[in-house]
Design a protein. Sequence first.
Length: 580
Amino acid sequence: MSYFKDEIIKKAIKEGKLADSKTARKWGFEAKKKKMPLENYLLDSKLLSEDALFEAIADYFKLPYNDLKNQIVRKDILYIVPPGIAATYLTAPVDKTVDELKLATLDPTNLQIFEFIERKSGLPAKIYLTSPTGLENILKQYRSTLKAEIESISALTGGAEEKTEEDSEKLKKLAEDLPVVRIVDSILEHAIYENASDIHVEPSEQEVNIRYRVDGILRNVMNLPKTVHAGIVARIKILSNLKLDEHRLPQDGRFKISAKEYHYSIRVSILPTFDGEKIVLRLLPETTKPITLEALGFLPKPLEIVKKNIKRPHGIQLITGPTGSGKTTTLYAIMGILNTPKVNISTVEDPIEYKMPGINQSQVIPKIGFTFATGLRALLRQDPNIIMVGEIRDNETADIAINAAMTGHLVLSTLHTNDAVTSLPRLIDMGIPSFLVAYTCNMIVAQRLVRKVCKNCSKPYKLASEQIGELERLFNVEKIFKHLKKLGLIKAVDTLKNLTFYKGEGCRNCGNEGYKGRLGLFEVLEVTPEVSNLIHGQATTDKLHEAAEKQDMITLAEDGFYKAIKGITSIEEVIRVTRE
């Protein structure tokens, strides 16, 4: 593994006077010939010592050098930075005074991680560059400390996974044990730094797998011995106020974690499996400001339609798409615009994902009979102007929502359909009369989430003939390009052959994924008088699609192609969310 690009190594050699120009050029030529990074070639060939090379790199970055090969770090200092973050971002604490925290790194350009550690520790950071051997010495200390702590957990559990009711006190003691607390805290802190939306704690026969969902994709982050499983489960149950001695039934709970730089509400779901209890933690940031519609990724024309329709005094606005497509986030963005002291906004949600000041939010509890339908009925007696229903799942909820829209309320909700047009027959299939659907629905937004290409490692490329053939098989490319050209979003001469697309090569900034962050693809259908008449006449889905085309609705695929052409996302992402 190399840590620095060839250009930086060459400059460090020159500025550090480690070789004359002729020798440096020869080294560069030989490394290229062997298809090796220059850093690896120099060290593997023993042309330069590790200390000499990394000291020169430290001088290049104007940082002090610390080899750390024999450095022993106190445990309390070591765990200021969780082991997962230290290993992933090649940065670890090595010493601390009352005035500063000393950090050793192999990634001196990652200012974000330094700021995170400064906020966490409350101390300004003094940055040192170290060598790979030096950093490995610190990471070994993490591993040995973790190993000792795992052994202490094993001693407390007796190495057994079987639990009985008599184990309750034992599990409570285990959950409060420092090593268990430290492991769970590390898992949570690492996930927050990675901007993960979910943490999966999955037991198998021999180990416990920890996976994070980042930008919609699950990735494995660590594997722990099975002996820590009981401690992790007990700790999370204690935090969530769940039953410690219940191992056969699913349990749901919630807890909060806070620090200077973040406040999170953690939603907990525990499910018994063959190898033990599986835990999924949903991370819900409480400090997030309401996101704007522009930031979600709406193009100008669809954005104009959305803004126009949400200002209407009554009717129903639907957001559709599969689970995890960002529907709730779009609803919250709309409520953020509508939320003024002049209106009463009330919601029925399952669950309440974000708390919004000035909005009356209710959580459904099906086991006591508080469903979307009963909650919606109660809201109508609360003098609302705007109602948000988390999801229309059944005929009863749909009927009440439609009637609320008919009687002067603006209703916002979500529905599980693949595109905007098919939401209309879906409501009719639920038993809603077609004339009610026709005259209450104002707008339907279908959406998906795509990952954004990492700006740090984005590279342009042209599509090969095989890729063009695959796209033409999956999409009606001719129709998509014709419409994008008609709307003026791409040039008349643009084709798949001459356009440049982008993909991320993978770097430390994006965890070698090539993607960083997400945004939406949107399809906005405005229910115009023409569309309304078709619904009333129970027109086929094909006829509704034709009407949508006539009013220049941008489809999900068209939005995806446009954003891929602009380098915002990749064509692979567009295929993944619209065709797979």
